[in-house]
Write a protein that binds this ligand. Structure first.
Ligand code: PLP
Length: 394
């Protein structure tokens, strides 16, 4: 099998050919510094303004509210740290969820060491934020609520409008890490009462190392990178013009066919989920069935190790990801799978498949057939499974 079936689009996506094409002239011909006086620099300046407009329009925001960053992690770090510092006179309490990306969770830990108090709200068995716990957690000194739009592991989409309304009523800032959702589901920052939003280029067929932070007008926020006057002096450093152009092109492309793409992905997703549930015993779909990203499939298989499954799938040309965090040097299973109540041993046997519009039904069939065969084979080698079968036969 020479062909690769790429099912790890939540980790990163292929840069679309038209995005690469849009970027190329900004390496070789229009390489001028956007801050310079001559016309070559003006080309770069114009291109940056165009991308900013495209992004602002996609969120129904104002171009002056979009700040380019080096990606989702930087946007999350900036939103949390700068808001914490700018509002510390009001209070030092921040609310977030237990299933955030590490870019948010580790920034919260950093803030905890600096005297901020963080409340981590639980989720239910489908990964939906417990709204009653959120309401109870709000205090007079709460300055920020940060809850991700959609989860990168299990695809659950949060009740963002309700969270936004609650934050607004209580005059608390609301930040959302929308890295997985932006370009995949429609977002209107006014309608959803979002004050800050993080997004990243490489999760929507744009280049890596570029993203943005939306900051609503009127929000007090500190500069994140100190230096020159770029990004209205809030994020210094010569602009990554090719990256910004690529991000703009990716956003244009993502929103132009959002409905059709999402419909196609949902169909493939549900087909894949259906076949897996029907044909593989002792499996569990993780994440909410309805409130779910169009391209996310996440299963736990009892009696197997996700890592072994991944290695064997790779030998069949299938790129996927698991729920255990061995890559991060830890043997603990994913904090997200534990948060939705999976026992350690079941969380370890998890598989995440994140699709793109380029996938086909034939590929889904190939994947199910292989997962089925490999899961069976791994179970035959598992002493736990042997015990289980013995007990069942008694
Ligand atoms: C990928 C991801 C990030 C990090 O984005 P980078 O651009 O890779 O820094 C943050 N949050 C979520 C939910 C993500 O999926």
């Amino acid at each position: 099998m020479d062909k690769i079936i790429y099912l790890d689009n939540a980790a990163t996506t292929k840069t679309a050919p038209e995005v690469v094409e849009a970027m190329l002239p900004y390496f070789t011909e229009n390489y001028g510094n956007a801050s310079s006086i001559y016309r070559l620099g003006a080309e770069s300046k114009k291109a940056i303004a165009k991308s900013r407009d495209v992004i602002a329009k996609s969120l129904k925001a104002n171009p002056s509210e979009i700040y380019f960053t080096a990606g989702g992690s930087e946007s999350d770090n900036w939103a949390l740290i700068a808001a914490a510092e700018a509002y510390e006179n009001k209070g030092k309490h921040i609310i977030t969820s237990v299933i955030e990306h590490h870019a948010v969770l580790h920034t919260c830990q950093y803030l905890e060491k600096r005297g901020y108090e963080i409340t981590y709200i639980d989720v239910d068995e489908n990964g939906v934020l417990k709204m009653d716990e959120l309401k109870k957690a709000i205090r007079p000194d709460t300055i920020l609520i940060s809850v991700m739009f959609a989860n990168n592991e299990i695809g659950t989409i949060q009740p963002i409008r309700e969270i936004g309304e609650l934050a607004r009523e209580n005059k608390i800032l609301f930040h959302t890490d929308a890295v997985q959702a932006y370009g995949h589901v429609p977002i209107d920052v006014d309608e959803l009462h979002i004050d800050m939003l993080s997004a990243s280029g490489h999760k929507l067929n744009g280049p890596k190392g570029i993203g943005f932070l939306y900051i609503r007008k009127g929000v007090k926020i500190r500069s994140f990178i100190h230096g020159g006057a770029q990004e209205r002096s809030r994020r210094a450093g010569t602009e990554n013009v090719p990256g910004i152009v690529g991000l703009g092109a990716a956003v244009e492309r993502a929103f132009a066919n959002l409905d059709a793409r999402s419909r196609k992905e949902c169909e493939l997703r549900d087909y894949l989920i259906g076949r897996m549930e029907e044909e593989i015993p002792f499996c569990r779909l993780n994440g909410d069935r309805q409130r779910r990203l169009p391209n996310n499939v996440n299963f736990s298989f009892q009696f197997i190790e996700g890592e072994s499954l991944l290695i064997m799938l790779d030998m069949k040309g299938i790129c996927a990801s698991s729920g255990s965090a061995c890559t991060s040097g830890s043997l603990d299973p994913s904090h997200v799978l534990l948060a939705i109540g999976l026992p350690h041993e079941i969380a370890h046997g998890s598989l995440r498949l994140t699709l793109s519009e380029e996938n086909t039904v034939e590929e889904m069939d190939y994947v199910v057939n292989n997962v089925k065969e490999i899961v069976e084979r791994l179970r035959q080698m598992s002493p736990l499974y042997e015990d289980f079968v013995k007990k069942q036969n008694q």
